[in-house]
Write a protein that binds this ligand. Structure first.
Ligand SMILES: Cc1cc2nc3c(=O)[nH]c(=O)nc-3n(C[C@H](O)[C@H](O)[C@H](O)COP(=O)(O)OP(=O)(O)OC[C@H]3O[C@@H](n4cnc5c(N)ncnc54)[C@H](O)[C@@H]3O)c2cc1C
Length: 171
């Protein structure tokens, strides 16, 4: 392992203390893209919590390391040369969804979903709970986070039509 990786490994260990978080070096991106293409990411990070994500982003900024976010990799073409920076994966550990009955009297029922939750799973949950609006998303192979960034849509609807609010992390 290069001196650079050794130093980064030490620093990542300091900030990534949760059981769910993980990182590895030289991770082939072909494992994470729908089209199964892409060389290695210098470092592949799966933050285990919001706090860890914040710490990782601060560290990468301090160390001047380029980074990018990965959802389900369904809209990504990665070069065979890979990515000489950090890929932050939002699929592992961020895949959850549940129904929030905020104000049932006002008929306001929302689904709360993590950035890594698959659109198809959220659409299925909506169907099981007799909630309409997510039907368009059932065949799109991305995550909620990726859908918000791309404004994913199909069959005349798009995610912006059903989004109530989103929690974003400023960098
Ligand atoms: C067979 C097939 C069918 C498709 N059909 C449709 C379709 O009908 N409609 C449609 O709109 N798209 C479609 N797509 C494209 C793709 O599925 C969507 O663009 C989807 O929204 C991408 O989500 P993802 O999680 O896979 O994102 P990725 O491909 O992982 O990433 C896409 C972009 O979003 C960013 N990103 C991802 N997650 C986050 C996050 N949590 N925070 C910040 N940035 C993030 C990434 O950095 C990248 O720039 C299709 C793709 C395939 C392969």
């Amino acid at each position: 392992m290069s001196e650079f990786c050794e130093k980064l490994e030490e620093k990542l260990k300091e900030v990534m203390t949760s059981e769910r978080g993980s990182f590895r070096f030289m991770e082939p991106m072909k494992r994470h893209t729908t089209f199964r293409i892409g060389g290695p990411a210098a470092v592949f990070i799966s933050p285990g919590s919001e706090e860890e994500l914040r710490e990782v982003l601060n560290l990468l900024k301090e160390e001047n390391i380029p980074w990018t976010i990965l959802g389900n990799g369904s809209n990504l073409l990665v070069s065979d040369e890979g990515f000489k920076g950090a890929v932050i994966s939002m699929s592992e550990g961020w895949a959850y969804s549940g129904v929030l009955r905020e104000d049932e009297k006002a008929g306001k029922t929302l689904i709360r979903a993590g950035a890594g939750e698959l659109l198809s799973r959220t659409a299925r949950l909506a169907m099981e709970c007799s909630l309409t609006g997510m039907e368009f998303a059932s065949g799109i192979p991305g995550t909620i986070g990726g859908a918000l960034v791309m404004n994913a849509g199909a069959y005349g609807s798009e995610i912006c039509n059903v989004l109530s609010r989103a929690k974003v992390m400023a960098t």
